[in-house]
Design a protein around this ligand. Sequence first.
Ligand code: SF4
Ligand code: SF4
Length: 111
Amino acid sequence: MTYIVNDNCIRCKFMDCVEVCPVDCFYEGENMLVIHPDECIDCGVCEPECPVEAIKPDTEPGLEKWLQINAEYSKIWPNITAKKEPPADHKEWEGVAGKEQYFSPEPGTGN
Ligand code: SF4
Ligand code: SF4
C-alpha cells in the first residue's frame, strides 16, 4: 500500500503536505505533486494536511490511474521537501471537478 496524490492537487499545489513527510517522498510537477509509492512508508500524516483532500490511500477504489501517474512521474520529477508559494490563482481551482484534463507531464523545479 501507499498514499497517492490525485487530480484535486492540480493547479492548487498548496504544498502543506511536503513538510510533514518523514521520508521526503514528494516530487514536483509543473502543476501538481506526486508521491513515490516505493518510498512512502504509509504513515498517513500527510493525508489530513492537504486542504483539498488530494492525498488518498491507494486502497480506495478508483485510484488505479493516479497510482500509475504517481509511480511514473515520481521517477522523473524533482524531489520537493519544503513548502513554496502556491500558484497565484490556486483559490480559483480549489474543488473544481475534472481537473485531470489539466495534468501536465512537465517537471516542477523542486528544492
Ligand atoms: S497539500 Fe494537497 S494540494 Fe497541496 S501540494 Fe500537497 S497534495 Fe497537493
Ligand atoms: S503517507 Fe507518510 S511517508 Fe507517505 S507520503 Fe504521506 S507523509 Fe510521506
